[in-house]
Design a protein around this ligand. Sequence first.
Ligand code: FES
Ligand code: FES
Length: 233
Amino acid sequence: MTTLHDDISDAGPGVGPGDVPLRRITFSVNGVRTVAEVEPRLLLAHLLRRGLGLTGTHMGCDTTNCGACTVLVDGATVKSCTMLAVQADGHEITTVEGLATASELHPLQEGFKEAHGLQCGFCTPGMMLAAKALLDRNPDPTEEDVRWALSGNLCRCTGYQNIVKSVLWAAEKLGASSAGKTPDGGASSAGKTPDGGASSAGQTPDGGASSAGQTPDGGASSAGQTPDGGGEA
Ligand code: FES
Ligand code: FES
């Protein structure tokens, strides 16, 4: 059981600092049943990072703007800096650590590698989870679909073009896998390759004309944010 208090308490079991009563919650993280005793004010992001050591969930802004802390709750994207840990009681949480298996990267992770979808990597876990939620509900997204799905996630390195390519690469691979085709695009019925480089149909996954400094949906990236945002390392 994970016990997480903001500070060491002298008040004894079940009570946090300042005599704050603790709440016991039971939830699943990446398929593992987990029990924790937490203060009601504790954020889910802090429970994941500090309580469970799942530091793949990043904290960039603490204000629901950047999306670096995005996780999946019952398959839906949630900014974990905005959700209380007690609200996770009875729910299934997926973090970036839950994407790969012991022997294989998730296609999204492969896609980010193959299509160069990351620079510093700070936004990457949140981007991948937002993309996973999209691909789970729409396995064959358009570029516009991807940009909308990622519009709540900011990349300070402004690498949106390749991030979108990466998600489309993953969609292509997942589609090829489910159709029993090769993921390198050589036998794709659509004639598309995951990296879009040699499509006989003339389609490229990036397709658009995203410019640096824009958000995936074309808005302006907020300036002045550092990759760590002054949050936890
Ligand atoms: Fe949660 Fe930025 S949105 S840390
Ligand atoms: Fe997105 Fe650096 S790669 S913030």
